[in-house]
Design a protein around this ligand. Structure first.
Ligand code: FEO
Length: 163
């Protein structure tokens, strides 16, 4: 059994993870429309991971004997001015995810909900990797700057992660 507050907060996080999936799929669509197939594949891979994060929480709520409540998913933006701008937006988004996971962990601790705290630990660790993955691409994009050749090479490199 979960407290009503924890159940509501976890349901909200499912929605945010699914929104993350939608956001990254929108970035993938934008990259694909600009023939940036490597970045498109990377973001599609990321979108699938986010869907998996949402489903992990979905399963946890079920496992605790509670019912999941699904809300509508917000419409993500459709276009970014540059690859760098999209990845910077992604990095900012991941920082927000980290903050929300931290708030959930704090709630679990405040309620002495040890099962939820143990469950959320996976997400705390995962966010370190999530932020690192995106920030390292942001840094590389800054190095490449306006160079089309550099962007082309980077597009090929990031494609490898998604294959
Ligand atoms: Fe599910 Fe990228 O955080």
């Amino acid at each position: 059994m979960l407290s009503a507050k924890m159940k509501k907060a976890l349901n909200k996080q499912i929605n945010f993870e699914f929104y993350s999936s939608y956001l990254y799929l929108a970035m993938s669509a934008d990259f694909a429309s600009k023939n940036l197939d490597g970045f498109a594949a990377w973001m599609q891979h990321q979108a699938q991971e986010e869907w998996g994060h949402g489903m992990k929480i979905y399963k946890y709520i079920n496992d605790r004997g509670e019912k999941v409540k699904l809300d509508g998913i917000d419409t993500p933006p459709a276009e970014w001015a540059s690859v760098l701008e999209a990845f910077e937006a992604s990095y900012k988004h991941e920082q927000e995810v980290t903050k929300r996971i931290g708030d959930l962990m704090k709630l679990a601790q405040d309620e002495s909900d040890f099962a939820s705290a143990a469950f959320l630990q996976w997400f705390i660790t995962e966010q370190v990797e999530e932020e690192d993955n995106v920030s390292s691409i942001v840094e590389k994009l800054k190095m490449v700057g306006e160079s089309p050749q550099g962007l082309f090479m980077l597009d090929r490199t990031v494609a490898q992660r998604a294959s």
